[in-house]
Design a protein around this ligand. Structure first.
Ligand SMILES: [Zn+2]
Length: 152
């Protein structure tokens, strides 16, 4: 009995449910939480998604087209690095408004502070645990390449 309970606790710790809910400190409203990680799992983060994942985007600006990630975004207070913040490296160029974060160990892009919306973090949708299959037709293509501030 005790062993079964311990095994149950172990699996809850090792593979936490990603569609968990957390009390919102401001209003006691229950908010959906998703967990994300880089490839080596040195960096773990959580995002609060009161309205679901929202718009999924690809962008053709100079960094995004090389990065190739599908992204979504949340207000900065809805994105929290749970562990491994010291394992993130920051990349900036040109206007140095956007802040692009990558895992120092595995090189995976996790998130960035948006130049066009500096109150939002965009994040790598593929880093989200248990992400449902993405319908490519629903991905919005941003034309960052035509925005002069994106150009190097
Ligand atoms: Zn990593």
């Amino acid at each position: 009995m005790v062993i079964a309970l311990l095994i149950d606790i172990y699996f809850q710790l090792v593979s936490p449910k990603t569609d968990t809910f957390q009390e919102n400190s401001r209003g006691g409203i229950r908010m959906p939480i998703k967990l994300g990680s880089c490839h080596c799992r040195a960096v773990l983060f959580q995002i609060t998604l009161p309205n679901g994942m929202g718009e999924l985007r690809r962008c053709n600006c100079s960094i995004c087209r090389k990065k190739g990630a599908i992204m979504a975004s949340v207000p900065i207070d809805q994105f929290v690095v749970l562990s491994g913040i010291e394992n993130l490296t920051l990349y900036q160029w040109h206007t140095k408004i956007a802040k692009h974060y990558f895992c120092k160990t595995c090189g995976i892009y996790t998130h960035h502070l948006r130049r066009s919306a500096p109150n939002e973090y965009a994040f790598n949708v593929a880093c989200i645990e248990d992400m449902d299959e993405i319908d490519e037709a629903e991905i919005v293509q941003l034309n960052g390449a035509d925005d002069s501030a994106f150009l190097k």
